[in-house]
Design a protein. Sequence first.
Length: 469
Amino acid sequence: MSGVSGLLNIAKSAILAQQAGMNVVSHNIANANTEGYSKQELTLASRPGIKNSAYTIGQGVDATEVRQRQATFIDKRIQSELTNLGKWETSRRVLEQIETIFAGVGESDLNVAMNNFFNAWEDLSSNPESLEFRGQVVQQGKALTDKFHEMSEGFTEIRSNLNAEVDGAITDINRTFRKIWDLNRTIEEAESTGNAANDLRDQRNLLIKEVSQLINVEVQTTNQGGIQISSGGIMLLDRSNLIELTTQTVSEGGLSTTRVYAGERELNVQGGELGGLLQVRDSTLTDYQSKLDTLANAIVTNINREHEKGFGLDGSTGQEFFTSTRVAASDIELSTAILETPDKIATAAGEHDWVNDVHTSNGSGDNTIARQIAGLRNIKVLSDRTSTFESYYNTLYSDVGFDTIDAMQNQENHQLLTDQLKNYRDSAVSVSIDEEMADIMKFQHSYVAAAQLINVANKMMDTLVNLLG
């Protein structure tokens, strides 16, 4: 098409193209503060020209596509860092809760309780026949067992809370997977007909980041515009299938534990908030609890061994001070006989009469056994005989502190990396108001020029009609 009518068509295509450009810019400005939104850009292409006998005349312009700026590599790095951040953020939070179990104040500290207990034995060794000092031994022994119970109950409460948090995380993950799956299908359907689904892709990318902070996932794109998500080698979401995560509660070593399953297969969760919850619960917390049980067991075993050798005020011997069948932090107890009859507390050693084959006390004033039990505080009986009761506990307490600091530092590092990557992404794909204002001026000027071109074409048409009229 040539002549005035061709000029009108070219001007019309220019106006439509500039209008489309203004629409895209307006959409960008409207979503400048929308989380996860990526800048969209209009692609323009010149129409094929028409060749006459002497030259080729262009036919105007078409708006061919609205492209979305992408930063695929950065997005994958952000997903990875969010997974690490979610894990360490959760680990730090739970470790700080665990730290409060150890960080007793004043008389509530386990070290203080142990020292008070052994101090009571030292006082008793100075006057083995004193009923008051015997009562102090019982009282401080009871305070020690109560402190062990309190700490064990704290572990149990945290474990119960972690199990509930695991269930909550599973619910959040399944809900997010469902949203991604629905968007996935909508995007594939839209793009299969040639329609761009840029805004839906932004929503899906935002959800992928959200779920990445909850659990470690691997994301693969498909040729149809969809994605596939797997975790721990198990495909959880693809074009036609969505496997929801479930939990099963099992008892391991007397502890209630929640396991995560994808269908019938147990899922190996390594990262994200869920990974942090599982690691702290199944590894860190269990290790601390086991070491506290080891300390309680060592106290029961070593004190009972010495106590059973001695004689009480009432002449009894072979009496255990702690109940020998209850050696964990959760159930350590003084023996009923000691609680009810402090006279049975053994302070005196004895000698064996080989003629009559009997073991006799050295006398109620003897303090040999009391001194030996008081001295156990300085004997290395733990960690392959490298630690005393106090140093063993101090090491355990330090481990909790170091683990908390490590989690805090890891969280800060991954938060810094995540923030940096988000800044890189924003600079690459986010909306810049300055850029949009420049585009507005560009499209506006082109629109005005195209409108002026139509005015010129109309005048030319009027002139031509008048000449032919």
